[in-house]
Design a protein around this ligand. Structure first.
Ligand code: GLV
Ligand code: GLV
Length: 355
């Protein structure tokens, strides 16, 4: 191969490998056993000749890595993730490295996990499963694991971009929930969808669903029964949900987070879960992964899963393929931006607002 490309992890599928190998690339996949690679580990992988790197969200892509990549002649880096809070895009720009991410292919998969956690929390599925396996079930009872009926309740979405909108549609259409959302941008497609579905229900003689775009996040927190967080993580969304905001939510609300851990003040959340046993939470992400804040693992009103929102076979193979295309496109100067299926090839070269 004429170009040297490094992937810091093995990734699902073979399409991404073939794409690179068939196009003059010598691909090196790191086989290091430890899960999270340090900056030093990656600097040694980059070595003194490297055209592009496919990396992971667990890695700290800042000044040191981009300067090392640039010194090795590299011009392309792609995160195998849609989120890129682990990437210092300004540093990448400074060293002439283009940055890619993998939007689009994980939208529905991630929204489906948020929906799964919403249902699991509403119907207390994890607690009930533990109860069964613990041999505690000794007969049907009217009070056993009573949860909430989502139909007619209000789903609150904070951040109605690709994933937040997909989740909203699932909850509205699947469970006939009313929608309240907060986003800096208006989501006209989502509004039209809920309006049309509401009209359909009305025509069938059913109670229509309604929607409202809130003028503040606190409005969503006060009114919604199930709240799902879908913002990007940056300085403005760090600890977006803090002690004060938790206090504004209904005592029996359900809070879902499949975005990034630091969006919630996790220590404040643990206190809140302790003081409000009917408040429930479904978390895919944590403030300091892979750790949980003390006390969280003991809370019966919390469901916790290990950052698996994009973990479907189709999506993970798609993410790997997009990551490879990002790097390949930059190295070989392909006009891949002309492909209508590509949403945001390189963040720092062409970054449209979400559709
Ligand atoms: C996963 O968390 C992603 O950002 O793709
Ligand atoms: C419950 O199992 C019922 O039949 O209502």
């Amino acid at each position: 191969g004429k170009y040297r490309v490094v992937s810091t992890k093995s990734m699902p599928g073979t399409r991404w490998i073939n794409l690179l190998v068939d196009q003059d690339c010598r691909l090196e996949i790191c086989t290091e056993k430890k899960t999270i690679l340090s900056v030093e580990d990656i600097i040694s992988l980059i070595g003194n000749k490297c055209d592009g790197v496919i990396g992971q969200l667990t890695e700290d892509w800042g000044e040191r890595l981009f300067s090392a990549l640039s010194r090795a002649g590299g011009t392309a880096f792609s995160n195998m993730a849609v989120g890129y809070n682990n990437v210092d895009v300004d540093a990448a720009n400074k060293y002439g490295v283009a940055v890619g991410n993998t939007p689009g292919v994980l939208t529905e998969t991630t929204a489906e996990l948020a929906a799964s956690l919403s249902l699991a929390a509403a119907r207390r599925i994890v607690e009930a499963d533990e109860f069964m396996r613990g041999g505690l079930y000794d007969g049907w009872l009217p009070h056993l694991f009573v949860g909430n009926l989502l139909k007619g309740q209000t789903v609150g979405v904070i951040g109605a971009g690709r994933i937040g909108s997909a989740y909203a549609r699932m909850m509205v259409e699947g469970f006939k929930m009313n929608l309240i959302y907060y986003d800096l941008y208006q989501s006209t497609r989502l509004e039209k969808f809920v309006t049309a579905y509401g009209d359909f229900l009305k025509a069938s003689g059913e109670q229509p669903v309604t929607w409202r775009r809130a003028s503040s996040m606190d409005e969503v927190l006060r009114e919604a029964d199930v709240i799902s967080l879908h913002p990007v993580l940056d300085k403005t969304t760090y600890h977006l949900v803090n002690k004060e905001r938790l206090g504004k939510m209904k005592k029996e609300a359900i809070l879902i987070n499949c975005s990034r851990g630091p969006v919630i003040d996790e220590a404040a959340l643990v206190d809140h879960l302790r003081q409000n046993p009917m408040f429930r939470v479904g978390l895919d992400v944590f403030e300091e992964e892979p750790y949980m804040k003390p006390g969280l693992a003991e809370m019966k009103n919390a469901i916790v899963v290990p950052h698996i929102a994009s973990a479907s076979k189709w999506t993970r193979e798609g993410m790997a393929t997009l990551a490879a295309l990002n790097v390949l496109g930059k190295i070989k100067k392909y006009p891949i931006w002309a492909d209508p299926n590509r949403v945001e090839p390189f963040l720092n070269e062409n970054s449209p607002p979400p559709p």
